[in-house]
Design a protein around this ligand. Structure first.
Ligand code: 4NP
Length: 192
């Protein structure tokens, strides 16, 4: 893995890129990282926190300069941690999302992120309406279109469901995030 040389008070330190990226606070990472991805659902407590955690964890493991955030189109749960079933299914798969805090989508997210993934078509139309003239169709897509191109499939909302529904959502998001990472790696290789 490629190392990064940093200088602190004249002393030079060599650290791994993965370690450096993991130590950054979210605002710093959003500023520095090469690729910024936002996951959006309705409440930002069930689906998009899982999508954020899964993709961030895959990127961190590979030391990729990708920063992931998530938001909801609604403001019902602003400031809250993810749903306990999302936290549980993530934990069962080795992903910690307990430190995430719900926030609402804002129109300037279209300026601050390279890509915005929504979970379903109503998230898409809500984002389009909320973003107004900031909306950019080239930056937004249904996340499952990465796994099933052009099919416009949706990640079902597990809010009224049980643990089995959260597990199904986890699997869908894990499979599609794997494709996102593979596409990113392929694009990086083409640039070299
Ligand atoms: P999410 O699920 O959009 O996947 O976070 C929901 C969470 C909360 C509500 C609806 C959906 N709610 O109505 O409070």
């Amino acid at each position: 893995m490629q190392g990064l040389e940093i200088s602190i008070s004249g002393k030079k330190l060599l650290i791994s890129k993965a370690h450096f990226l993991q130590k950054l606070t979210k605002p710093m990472a959003l500023y520095i990282c090469q690729m910024k991805i936002l996951m959006v659902c309705l409440g930002n407590i069930c689906r998009s926190p899982l999508a954020e955690g899964i993709l961030q964890s895959k990127a961190n493991k590979l030391g990729l300069p990708i920063q992931v955030d998530s938001a909801g189109t609604a403001n019902y749960h602003v400031g809250e941690a993810p749903h306990h079933s999302s936290q549980l299914v993530a934990k069962q798969n080795g992903v910690d999302i307990s430190q995430q805090k719900c926030r609402q989508f804002k129109k300037t997210d279209f300026e601050n992120f390279d890509k915005i993934y929504v979970m379903d078509s109503s998230n898409y139309s809500d984002v389009k309406r909320m973003a107004s003239h900031y909306f950019n169709a080239n930056k937004i897509d249904l996340i499952l279109n990465e796994l099933y191109p052009h099919e416009n499939r949706e990640v079902p909302d597990p809010w009224y469901g049980g643990m089995e529904d959260f597990k199904k959502v986890y699997k869908m998001l894990d499979d599609t995030c794997e494709v996102i990472i593979k596409k990113y790696l392929a694009a990086q290789q083409q640039q070299q």
